[in-house]
Design a protein around this ligand. Structure first.
Ligand code: PGA
Length: 247
């Protein structure tokens, strides 16, 4: 099975020229590149094989919502994927599961593919994997509460399991545990939301050194890569590891 790589650039790089250079180096099949909003057009213009993604969006088409961007605007800018519910937005922008649930529905309705992020804090993981499953399960129930009537759009949903303590820390999860979490997420989404063949990615301190061990597990359909996607040489190595699974 081919593995999907989502490059989450976050608030990087500083300049558009740098964004375009990085995008050129990362332009490969099976890759989704998510630059900051102002660089979407320039990056989209040079991509030939990779797809364009956004890091967030709002749930309404237009109106008095200062600072927001609609799914339709993203579509028109050539965006195909959107990350929703990233832990940094939950933390710094206080996004709630209710807001995330609305974003998921709006994005799917607009025809965007959604990369929904869930994952537990370290205080929960210390209690064990069962506690982490309960935490992620609760997030999923809330974030996907509105999707049940969107059956025709649901194939555009991808879930990323990102344990919070693994993001940007250099301390990736044990791939065996991530695979168990991915298995749980797939099973739960199949029984509760009738989501079959759901792709579950892993995110959190993915590097060229650990990617092969992560990808050994069939349950893990790809990776959401933050820091390592900003280093062209490093990300090329990750792409090379993923290409071993290309169909
Ligand atoms: P990281 O970030 O790869 O730098 O840990 C992952 C993410 O937050 O998407």
């Amino acid at each position: 099975m081919a593995k999907l790589l989502v490059a989450n650039w976050k608030l990087n790089p500083i300049r558009e020229t740098e964004a375009v250079r990085l995008a050129r180096a990362s332009d490969a099949k099976g890759v989704v590149i998510c630059p900051p909003f102002p660089f979407l057009k320039a990056v989209g213009k040079i991509l030939r094989r990779a797809k364009l993604g956004a890091q967030d969006m709002f749930w309404t088409e237009q109106g008095a919502y200062t600072g927001e961007v609609s799914p339709q605007m993203l579509k028109k800018a050539g965006v195909e994927y959107v990350i929703v519910g990233h832990s940094e937005r939950r933390r710094w922008l206080h996004e709630t599961d209710e807001m995330i649930g609305k974003k998921v529905v709006a994005a799917l309705k607009a025809g965007l593919s959604v990369v929904l992020c869930v994952g537990e804090p370290i205080s929960v993981r210390r209690k064990g994997l069962a506690a982490a499953k309960r935490f992620a399960g609760t997030q999923l129930r809330k974030d996907l509460g509105g999707v049940s009537h969107l059956t025709s759009h649901i194939s555009h949903l991808v879930i990323t399991y990102e344990p919070l303590w693994a993001i940007g820390t250099g301390r990736a999860d044990n791939p065996r545990d991530s695979a168990a979490m991915a298995h749980f997420i797939k099973k739960m989404c199949a029984s509760r939301f009738a989501l079959r063949d759901l792709q579950v990615l892993y995110g959190g301190s993915v590097t060229s050194k650990n990617i092969r061990r992560i990808f050994e597990y069939n349950e893990i359909a790809g990776a959401l890569v933050g820091g390592a996607s900003l280093n062209a040489a490093e990300f090329r190595k990750i792409i090379a590891a993923a290409s071993a699974y290309a169909v």
